[in-house]
Design a protein around this ligand. Structure first.
Ligand code: SAH
Ligand code: SF4
Length: 371
């Protein structure tokens, strides 16, 4: 039997090639993308401006397949969490966070992560697999779908997308680029390139390469002001030390005249990287680096080796940066009643869905501190 091509997550170029391969004109790309992403329709039979003959052809040659939503939770503060099960049985999460007119969707790019940052529950679980472009884009489709069809609700619920869920996007490069193209496309979600942010732990060569493909906002995870401490918390720093990564970011910015700065994400770990001296070192390190700084108070998870600093420590750290002239924000935790905070994605659904128990057991085992 001929294997069907999954059209979900294919960029305009990919769809053009598909339609050509089945003897159809390129304008079908626009029609299909609008049905799938703007009207949220994934049933070929319902695509009424395609001829019956083409719909039949699509049914035999193509699919619009996405992961199953095995769990969803809506918080009292409007945050929505979706747990998706992939064909492999692995699970990932996406979280929607509303704030005034803005609706930010945080999506995953890998199942687990190989980089083992010491404060990250995804890292503690190890690496399971890369997501396909379809699996990445599906998270947007599923979140949007939870609000109904945009024409009916009168607005687009997802205005901003951040690649800040599970995984390191730059280590799943091709599928992430393909998915980003779909998210930015006017025929699809038409997310503004200022409102799509890719967060990386600092894979220097890939940051440079990114500029050859897409112009999106860049967030850099930098959790210590010196290599010695960063090596300890973020092991990939040994391969790509701080200065090399900052240089790669500068080069990225230089490729886009409208892109003025990078967002620095700094997770505050009590007594580890949140001291007065660290704040001053950070000021020195970043004095000529075009950035704004987002401080993220550590979100605890079971067996985590760190604690979240108290409000006073956080404020003191922030004040040093702000007084030195940095635009500095502190990320507030949202959706706490549904465990939707940073670094807490996946890990608590075992008692709610039976099928996940084996998988969950494996994860917990991996999360036990090694002796
Ligand atoms: N791999 C990428 C993107 C995913 S992590 C990266 O590291 O940037 C997204 C953000 O969540 C990163 O800034 C990371 O430092 C932060 N994060 C991970 N675990 C966290 C935790 N337990 N508490 C607070 N922030 C966390
Ligand atoms: Fe991976 Fe990012 Fe977590 Fe580090 S912080 S382990 S890079 S997901």
């Amino acid at each position: 039997m001929q294997t069907k091509t999954n059209l979900l997550g294919l960029s305009r170029t990919g769809l053009d090639a598909f339609f050509q391969s089945i003897g159809e004109k390129k304008f079908r790309t626009k029609q299909l993308m609008q049905w799938v992403y703007q009207r949220q329709v994934v049933d070929f039979d319902a695509m009424t401006d395609l001829s019956v003959q083409l719909r039949e052809k699509l049914k035999t040659t193509a699919s619009l397949a996405m992961p199953i939503v095995v769990h969803k939770e809506f918080s009292t503060d409007g945050t929505r969490k979706f747990v998706l099960e992939l064909d492999s049985g692995n699970r990932v999460e996406a979280v929607f966070i509303p704030e005034g007119q803005r609706g930010t969707l945080c999506i995953s790019t890998q199942v687990g992560c190989a980089l083992d940052c010491k404060f990250c529950s995804t890292g503690k679980q190890g690496f399971f697999s890369d997501l396909t472009s379809a699996e990445i884009v599906s998270q947007v489709w599923i979140a949007a779908q939870s609000f109904g069809v945009p024409e009916n609700i009168g607005h687009k619920p997802v205005t901003n997308i951040v690649l800040m869920g599970m995984g390191e996007p730059l280590l799943n490069f091709g599928p992430c680029i393909e998915a980003i193209h779909v998210m930015l496309d006017d025929f699809a979600y038409s997310i503004s390139k200022r409102r799509l942010t890719l967060s990386t732990s600092g894979i220097a060569p890939k940051i440079r390469e990114l500029a050859d493909h897409v112009d999106v906002a860049l967030a850099l995870s930098l959790h210590a002001p010196n290599d010695e401490l960063h090596d300890e918390i973020v092991p990939i720093n040994k391969k790509y030390p701080i200065q090399e990564v900052l240089d790669a970011c500068r080069e990225y910015l230089s490729r886009f005249s409208a892109r003025k700065r990078v967002i620095i994400e700094y997770v505050l770990l009590d007594g580890v990287n949140d001291k007065f001296e660290h704040a001053h070192q950070l000021v020195k390190l970043l004095q000529d680096f075009p950035c704004k700084i987002n401080l993220i108070p550590f979100n605890p998870f079971p067996h985590a080796p760190y604690k979240r600093p108290n409000g006073q420590r956080i404020q003191k750290f922030k004040d040093v940066l702000a007084q030195a002239g940095f635009v500095t924000t502190v990320r507030t935790t949202r959706g706490e009643d549904i465990d939707a905070a940073c670094g807490q994605l996946v890990g608590q659904v075992a008692d709610k869905t039976r099928r996940s128990q084996d998988w969950q057991a494996a994860v917990w085992k991996k999360m036990q501190p090694s002796v």
